[in-house]
Ligand binder design. Structure first.
Ligand code: ISE
Length: 330
């Protein structure tokens, strides 16, 4: 089979990481086109990978077999819609869109097309740690509580509490739904005093508390300016025991009267394996005319949850209304 000719929209941190991985680690694909609003950035990456620079998003989509969308969050939906118009398979970085209206528009367009072309980059679904956690759940009886910790070293795109929900904690909104195979019923947000690096008017850290329709408590500490490094943990408390996924470190070092291991600065280190597995699964699925991982529907539900959480910051506990699942996603 000929390699898929992939176009990558957005060559910032994650777009560059995806393009390099597609070019060097993934079988069945090549990076044919790249586009970035900053032509210097796309040209540099194109030269490195032997790809072409597209003058605009439309031409990139028309010339590629499949598209990776790694542009700023608020461009995802409009670019996904262009891909659907051109009937190109897409791996769209999370969030599908920061707003419910935009995420819903993508789902509606896909439903109208009657064809699933969009995979959403909730890469944790491909992380060996989360996969092992999910597999072990039947061994602890009924899941009762999930404790999640998600910390960034520093606010990567500036600290806005709304982005804590739509860009950061949105990973937990998706992965806990996936782990528990359950949707959310309510959400509330609790904030204590802000840390010294938190801008006026913003909240950090926050605790997000959700109750699933099945009655499981999902608790998330989202701390975007945690200073010491990047860390993600998840512990499920069940009726017969608990399972805990640590931060993905494999080596414990003892030296200088201390025991420990390194903490990565960014998610690209902690989730490198998940990103690679996600890309390979997507390329393999695309070759077979399928999607992989999270669907546009999963993307919409995560965005609905994130927006309910944003509202909950100021308005208190919110009910989360989940629309009926269209037949395309059943
Ligand atoms: C970032 O955008 C990501 O997607 C990372 O996976 C996440 O851990 C980080 O908090 C986000 O800002």
């Amino acid at each position: 089979m000929d390699p898929l000719r992939i176009g990558v929209i957005g060559t910032g941190n994650i777009g560059t990481a995806h393009a390099r991985s597609l070019a060097r680690e993934i079988s069945g694909a090549e990076v044919a086109w790249v586009y970035d609003a900053d032509p210097a950035r796309s040209t540099q990456l194109a030269d490195e990978l032997g790809a072409n620079v597209a003058p605009n998003v439309e031409q990139l989509i028309a010339s590629s077999d499949a598209v990776v969308i790694a542009s700023p969050d608020d461009r995802h939906a409009e670019q996904a819609l262009l891909c659907l118009d051109a009937q190109r398979p897409v791996l769209c970085e999370k969030p599908l869109a920061p707003t419910v209206a935009d995420a819903q528009a993508v789902v509606d367009a896909e439903v109208d097309l009657g064809l699933r072309l969009i995979s959403v980059g909730f890469m944790r679904r491909f992380d060996p740690g989360y996969a092992a956690l999910k597999e072990s759940l039947p061994g602890i009886g009924h899941a009762l509580i999930v404790h999640n910790v998600h910390r960034n070293e520093a606010a990567p795109y500036g600290l806005a509490t709304s982005m804590t929900m739509t860009n950061m904690a949105i990973h937990e909104f998706d992965i806990n739904r996936w782990l528990l195979d359950d949707d959310y019923a309510t959400v509330q947000v609790v904030a204590g005093r802000p840390g010294p690096r938190t801008p006026e008017g913003q909240l950090d850290p926050v605790l997000v508390l959700l109750i699933t329709r099945g009655g499981v408590i999902v608790e998330i500490e989202a701390f975007i300016n945690a200073a010491y490094g990047y860390e993600v943990r998840c512990e499920v408390v069940g009726s017969d025991g608990t399972v805990e996924m640590g931060d993905g470190a494999f080596l414990t070092r003892r030296s200088g009267r201390a025991i420990g291991h390194d903490v990565p600065a960014l998610w690209l280190g902690r989730f490198a394996d998940a990103y690679r597995r996600q890309l390979q699964a997507w390329v393999d699925a695309t070759q077979r005319g399928r999607t992989s991982g999270a669907t546009a529907w999963d993307g919409l539900l995560a965005t609905i949850t994130a927006n309910a959480a944003v509202t909950a910051v100021t308005a208190g506990p919110q009910a989360i209304e989940t629309p009926e699942v269209p037949a395309l996603y059943r």
